[in-house]
Design a protein around this ligand. Sequence first.
Ligand SMILES: *Cc1c(COP(=O)(O)O)cnc(C)c1O
Length: 388
Amino acid sequence: MTMPFKAQTSSSAASSTASNAAATGLVSIDLKQIGQNWANLQALVGPAQCGAVVKADAYGLGADKVIPALVRAGCKTFFIATPSEAEETRARAPNAVIYALDGLVSGAERDFARLGVRPILSTFAQVEAWDNYSRSKRQRLPAGLHIDTGLNRLGLGARDARRLAGDETLRASLDLTLVMSHLACADNPADGKNRDQLLAFETLSALFRGVPRSLAASDGLMLGKPYQFDLVRPGYALYGGQASQSNPAPVTPVVTVTAAILSFSDVAPGETVGYSATWRANRPSRIATVAAGYADGVPRSASAPDGRPAAQVRIAGVLCPIVGRVSMDLITVDVTDLGHRLEQVSHATLIGPGLTIEDAGYAADTIGYEILTRLGRRFERVYLDDGA
Ligand SMILES: *Cc1c(COP(=O)(O)O)cnc(C)c1O
């Protein structure tokens, strides 16, 4: 699985335009596995349909590559967040249904209509604005409807949902193609809030008879059939993430991140390593300096293991702790125990087999989602098996 670092930029069977400059780091993204993850989830939720959330540049992995891979796998419904994501998504998925989760951001009517992207209306005012725009164009432009069932983030509350359902003129002129809500605690199957939201969604969505329904993201769809309705909306699971520790999804990681080791240094007991001298050697130590820092997506919070286990990277097959501060371009790693195994070593693995995005997130007091979406743009990117 781990390839020799130097060989990758030139000989990989990938489509990325390999630059001539020597890469200090490499992000490899397995597009075939993303397609397989989608297919696994589709098989799990059928007869419900499995969509794909590709907001935030497909969680940082590159929407331009990820969306076509999902189309090839058979995905027909995509979710983005913002109007700025609409254009590229439409270009990469010309025939797909595309929903915008952030709703009708003011002024976005024209672009959404032109691109055939459906806003998921989340306030009564947005419903009226979309309806007015549609009438002015003498069209019934499709849209989704977001109902809040307890997350208290986006969506019409119960009262507005009933008001809309009771407004026969507005209902007749609106072309609602999806009614959705979002779960607050689906990563914990034991949380009673899941059932409360499920019941609220069943009640409120019934006001819009015949409109397809969606409640679950990556974690929610693992709560079982009652949560899957007509359409599920995974993002994280497609990219190999496990949103719920207790309820693992049938998916496999897709991202590997490696970075070059720039130097080794020997540090005497009592000496410190890095900015602010936060780490002090208590034995003769060997430190590897690796070309990855917070500008490359290693959170600076991975440097201060206050009670948490130290963040780790894999060098010569062995998990080794990051010591001292993460800086913009560099981390320092304690490789004292590796001995002669360091002789042939040229790189460290930051994300890969046995080092999940969840591990990296936990060690930095964050979640795997943030690790993915903050992967830096400075490393070389290689897309495996993109079928192009
Ligand atoms: C981001 C998002 C999703 C996807 O969530 P994952 O946990 O990545 O599967 C689904 N629905 C809504 C409303 C979202 O904001």
